[in-house]
Design a protein around this ligand. Structure first.
Ligand SMILES: [Mg+2]
Length: 225
């Protein structure tokens, strides 16, 4: 039995910058001044970690209460501004999920820095949401390496199966995805469909490194054996 935990942005889909615009508007409204996200990389980070970093970069004290308020305002702003037409599924993802979903020995989950409601909103835009009954989200913890145990606990609640070690596979497009599950013995599958080139991801030694998810059979062979 395998638990496959998919990242969203840069792995399953591209939301084409809508998040950054919503974050800037939300934080500017909340703080009453112009907030810039220039120089802050979002890839592989959780939404609360991104908020904290932006507040700091703009000379503001990222106190926990401010970060919580920022996430609330961001959630509202992001939903209001969301345009499903700007979301693109990445190559091969539709076919891969359709191929994995019926397999009895495979359970699909999410492991994403998105807050939960935006995660499902983005997935819904490309009709992927029905594949994912559970997951771990940026709204669960600000540090990505705390998310694998959350996802495993939710998988247990949902499937009745306790997934351990290499039965857990984390698929993502950044070094943060590669590293986050190491402390629980999870396998990592890195894909080069985000901001990072093959060589940059290879330097972090993922268990499997794929250009993209377009080769469903190759994925199944590499990951499920
Ligand atoms: Mg990502």
């Amino acid at each position: 039995m395998k638990l496959l935990l998919f990242d969203i942005d840069g792995t399953l889909l591209h939301a084409n910058g809508t998040g950054r615009t919503a974050v800037e508007k939300a934080l500017s409204d909340l703080c009453g001044c112009s907030i810039s996200t220039d120089g802050v990389t979002f890839s592989g980070k959780t939404d609360p970690a991104i908020m904290r970093e932006i507040l700091e970069a703009n000379g503001l004290d990222p106190a926990d209460t401010l970060v919580r308020d920022a996430l609330d305002v961001y959630e509202e702003t992001a939903h209001a501004a969301f345009d499903p037409d700007t979301v693109d599924a990445l190559p091969g993802t539709t076919a891969l999920l359709d191929r994995l979903a019926p397999r009895q020995e495979v359970h699909l989950g999410l492991l994403t820095g998105n807050i939960e409601s935006m995660a499902y909103r983005k997935l819904n835009a490309v009709d992927f949401d029905h594949h994912f009954a559970f997951g771990a989200f940026g709204s669960d913890h600000s540090e990505r390496h705390h998310l694998p145990p959350v996802a495993v606990a939710r998988a247990l609640a949902h499937t009745g199966h306790q997934f351990r070690g290499a039965d857990v596979v984390i698929i993502g497009d950044t070094q943060h995805d590669i590293h986050c599950g190491r402390h629980v013995g999870a396998l990592s599958v890195a894909v080069c469909t985000g901001r990072y080139a093959r060589g940059e991801l290879a330097a972090h030694d993922p268990d499997v490194l794929l250009d993209d998810l377009s080769d469903a059979e190759g994925f199944v062979n590499a990951v499920l054996g």
